[in-house]
Ligand binder design. Structure first.
Ligand code: SF4
Ligand code: MSK
Length: 653
């Protein structure tokens, strides 16, 4: 067991709003186990690094500039604060784009092998979406079989990874005016690897040293994420594993069961989880678990692959990124298997304390001290069967006391662009017109995407919850993904009954449709569902001609990852005002800051915003929504006019 140092530790109630995580952090302190929150106390953020005012692009430095007097000094090579910050920001966007695009490529290759029959464990579950996607890319589907359509789609989408010139395929799905803006600024992505490579090359010492030019490449790269790698990951996963539709699911640590073998999957790619679902439903393994005294096998998710599986299959979810160490303190986790992204190295030490096997499964993500059992989709069950065997063995020899928080909150998850289309218009008249109409008539003030991580520098979940409450109270419909969605799910707010917390207009719409005022759309890669929903709003008419015209805004109040910065930038480049909490890795008052927070909007894009206080953040977003409503001429509520018969005769149709 690790020992707590003799120092004053923060109150656990100040660390997290999640009751279960709080209970586990108290136990962790008693058990002498350290988590990210303890390490955050020990690790004061470097104030210069926090604002990207340092450069280590070459060994004449590293050079540290003073963020108090940002123009008082330059690097040894002469690089200014704007060059240094833009290069650092660019590399964050490149890393985030690479992460999502790599995930997308893995899904694309899986899709190819499912289509050509080399992988038989998965199938094409949503042929309607397959055909729709082909049509949206103007592919010829006439007389084509499902495998033929899949092959054509694969070949088209492969351009997202191979093309050196031209435009990535999914650009065809964006509103024409938005694409026109991208073309005008020369930022339509060619392919994800090309854009990431170019960022790395342009940010090398002595290359691109104009923050405005670097910013163009930042946007181009981020667009390759949102309209490229991430979108491929979402849409092909839907085609293979099923497009989600609303499903009731439980969220929080109470989904663990003391008398069952508890297996947690944590990460981002859905394929490991899909195969695990087959293993835990295999009568052979259920029988073995029972022979060892368990009531059965209990598969639960965490983080984003958990959010995806919850959306598709209603699989219980145990908590977001912040709780992945804390959950092992229950002593009830018989195996935690991980794939890629947002997997803390600190998990190994906690796993060791509770004799929980921590199993890495992906060759792109090994962790020193974890057991590696490689997952290969061509023989997927080899890996998942072995993980379950290890979990059963751990259950049979459980030696640590088991303490499971009781809380598990039911909520409705699994909304998608497709389901919203159906929900608002029905099977035959599906469409976004009813949503637009309710925005135009002012019942719904606007739409907000509240997404992203949790971060031990912020009281876990607190900013997400406060922000979303304030938005819906002000008649803003909220779309959610990732760890943010899980925060609100634990709070019990992803249910239609939460409409009573909404303003009168939003409440009326929610009650009429029977929907929650907060729609959960899945994992962080599924933010692309928001892009497509925004596009559908533009195309439905009445709210302008580009995404930038919509009364909409986005936020990531507790962000931490480079992926979050890439997502933020692709929303900004697509036309959305995007507000981040915690801190912002740019020095205020600099030219680069002015460009991101103001100049981009003047060019026709969205822009960045920053606030730590969630209520302030909500009102920044609402003010922006109101500004867009005014620009559309829908800011004045129309008076109800009562017409008599002579008035009616005057109306010309
Ligand atoms: Fe310093 Fe310039 Fe080298 Fe950066 S590239 S470390 S600013 S000398
Ligand atoms: S897992 S990127 S902490 S949302 Fe997608 Fe959560 Fe952020 Fe990771």
């Amino acid at each position: 067991m690790l020992k707590n140092d003799d120092k004053i530790l923060p109150m656990i109630s100040d660390l997290t709003s999640c009751e279960s995580t709080r209970t586990m952090l108290e136990k962790a302190r008693k058990d002498g186990v350290k988590t990210a929150w303890d390490r955050a106390v020990d690790m004061k953020p470097c104030p210069i690094g926090a604002e990207s005012a340092c450069c280590k692009m070459c060994y004449m430095g590293p050079c540290r500039l003073n963020s108090k007097t940002p123009y008082g000094k330059v690097g040894v090579c002469g690089a200014t604060i704007d060059t240094i910050m833009a290069r650092n920001f660019a590399r964050m966007v490149a890393a985030g784009t690479a992460a999502h695009s790599d995930h997308g490529l893995a899904i694309l290759e899986l899709f190819r092998d499912v289509a050509n029959g080399k992988i038989s464990d998965y199938t094409i579950k949503d042929p309607v979406k397959l055909e729709d996607l082909c049509l949206s890319l103007e592919l010829d589907v006439k007389d084509k079989s499902i495998p033929e359509m899949a092959q054509a789609l694969y070949e088209e989408l492969l351009k997202t990874y191979t093309q050196l010139h031209g435009e990535i395929p999914f650009i065809k799905r964006a509103p024409a005016k938005t694409v026109e803006l991208w073309r005008k600024h020369g930022i339509v992505p060619r392919s994800a690897p090309k854009e990431v490579m170019e960022i790395m090359s342009r940010t090398h010492m002595g290359c691109d040293q104009h923050y405005e030019n670097i910013t163009r490449q930042i946007s181009r790269t981020a667009l390759a994420d949102g309209w490229g790698g991430s979108m491929i990951a979402t849409d092909l996963s839907d085609i293979m594993f099923g497009t989600p539709s609303p499903v009731l699911a439980e969220v929080d640590m109470g989904v663990l069961k003391e008398n069952m073998v508890n297996i947690i999957i944590h990460g981002h790619e859905p394929n490991l989880f899909e195969s695990m679902l087959q293993t835990v439903n295999d009568p052979f393994f259920i029988k073995i678990a029972k022979e060892k005294g368990a009531a059965g096998l209990n598969l639960v998710g965490m983080c984003c692959s958990g959010a995806e599986m919850m959306s598709r299959h209603g699989i219980p979810h145990a908590g977001n990124f912040g709780s992945t160490e804390a959950i092992m303190v229950t002593g009830a986790v018989d195996a935690m298997a991980v794939d890629i992204q947002c997997i803390k190295q600190g998990l190994t030490a906690v796993a060791e304390c509770y004799d929980t096997p921590l199993i890495t499964t992906n060759p792109r993500c090994m962790i020193e001290g974890a057991l590696h059992i490689e997952f290969d989709e061509h023989k997927a069950r080899d890996c998942t069967d072995e993980i379950v065997t290890k979990a059963i063995a751990r259950f049979a020899t459980r030696s640590k006391p088991v303490v499971i928080p009781k809380k598990a909150t039911k909520g409705v998850h699994g909304f998608t662009y497709e389901y919203i289309n159906y929900m608002l218009g029905g099977s035959f008249r599906g469409g976004y017109t009813p949503l637009n109409d309710n925005i135009i008539n002012g019942r719904i003030r606007g739409v907000a995407g509240v997404v992203g991580c949790v971060n031990p520098r912020v009281k876990q979940d607190s900013a997400h919850i406060a922000l979303v409450r304030e938005l819906i109270k002000n008649d803003v419909l909220v779309l959610q993904t990732g760890c943010s969605q899980i925060a609100l799910a634990k709070e019990g707010m992803l249910i239609p009954e939460a409409a009573h917390l909404a303003g009168p207009g939003l409440r009326e719409v929610c009650e009429a449709v029977g929907m929650p005022p907060i729609l959960g759309l899945g994992s962080c890669v599924d933010n692309t569902r928001i892009l497509i929903a925004a596009t559908a709003m533009v195309k439905a008419g009445g709210l302008g001609h580009s995404i930038a015209d919509l009364p909409a805004a986005g936020a990531a109040p507790e962000w931490m990852s480079e992926k979050a910065i890439a997502i933020g930038q692709y929303f900004v480049a697509s036309g959305v005002y995007t507000v981040f909490g915690v801190g912002f890795p740019i020095v205020k008052g600099t030219k680069f800051h002015d460009l991101l927070f103001d100049g981009l909007e003047k060019q026709g894009f969205g822009k960045w915003g920053h606030a730590v206080d969630p209520i302030e953040m909500a009102h920044m977003m609402i003010a922006h929504i109101d500004k867009k409503r005014a620009a559309l001429g829908i800011d004045k509520s129309k008076e109800r006019v009562l017409l008599d018969m002579s008035d009616r005769r005057e109306i010309q149709i």
